[in-house]
Design a protein around this ligand. Sequence first.
Ligand code: NAD
Ligand code: IPM
Ligand code: MN
Length: 369
Amino acid sequence: MTPDHRVAVIAGDGIGPEVIEAALGPIERAAAKHGVGLEFERLPYGADHYLATRETLPEAAFRHLRDDVDAILLGAIGDPRVPGNEHARDILLGLRFRLDLYVNFRPIRLLHPDLTPLRTDWWGGSGGATAAEPGAAAGRSATRPGSPAIDFVIFRENTEGVYLGRGRIAGTDYVAEEVNTAAGVERIIRAAFEWAKAHGKTRVTMSDKANAVPAHRIWQETFRRVAAEFSRVEAEHRYVDALAMELVREPERFQVIVTNNLFGDILSDLGAGLVGGLGLAASANLHPGRAGLFEPVHGSAPALAGKGIANPMAAVLTGALLFEQLGHPEAARDLERAVTETLAAGVRTPDIGGTAGTREVAAAVAGRI
Ligand code: NAD
Ligand code: IPM
Ligand code: MN
């Protein structure tokens, strides 16, 4: 029987192979349950391969990934033995750029109330400061006790910005250029509004630093113009410094955030920190209509590698994004539900307060599918 979808797997470095191997259990279980035929093809690229062969991502492998697969699942790339990170530049950033995966979609959702480091009395949990009226002092709307209200998505521009690596070294000076093209800025902003509209969201927040970086005027002008086409969606702007502060103080008011490559990188780790950390943060690199690259937000966490305690949930939730993109939302929801239930049951790795190992958590998730 021919599979419905071919998925290339690059487990990568550090904890990458551990979390990917673990996550494939629940992912395969969900595929079987929902009748989705997945064929996995494992590719060896990463630090070990690079150090042994000096090959980062060979041209033939790139063409194969471009032409022959329906999705790429990646663990993490980064290794202390490659301090210049040149293999990541070719593999991770190289795939984002060369496949033109201009949307880096990074959902931030609180899956269990006790996972947020914010004052727990806001969520009806125990501990934290006690206030007669939670949130009243900060002028925030009181949230229903126990209801997990942090739920937003970051649309990170993924093909431009300072990430292109344009610039020069002039003597002792290092100069980096930031690229913001009309087409590049417009398509990510448009993607954010389209997604908001399709998912019943009522607000899109664009973030830049136009007050200090004149080039960011293009974000403001483009945002105004595109927003005018989406009259049912409120368009608001925040400078990124203020947004960072507000995300900590009132994260539940945000629905969709669209921003440039660098700010999106930083805000997505901040967002992950609001809901339990990098062990739970998933992401998808997308170009509508093309094969996507799916990866946890976290890196290779070298200090954790080989210990068997890395959290596989980010990789599992990344699998949910993969199912969603391949047209199987029911399998995606099932994976998310299984993760949420496993969290509630307290089967957790140490990064989120548990004592379970990577495999045990993955088995607990798989057992709930
Ligand atoms: P990191 O995400 O690897 O680790 C940051 C912190 O989060 C560490 O304390 C780590 O222990 C913890 N952490 C991350 N993932 C975890 C998980 N699944 N379970 C439990 N704890 C987890 O970021 P870093 O330390 O800045 O980077 C390490 C290497 O990874 C670097 O080489 C970096 O370039 C690379 N990196 C790669 C990617 C990617 O491939 N997508 C993303 C980020 C960083
Ligand atoms: C991420 C990572 C990468 C990035 C690094 C490893 C190049 O931090 O995917 O968030 O900066 O995009
Ligand atoms: Mn990052």
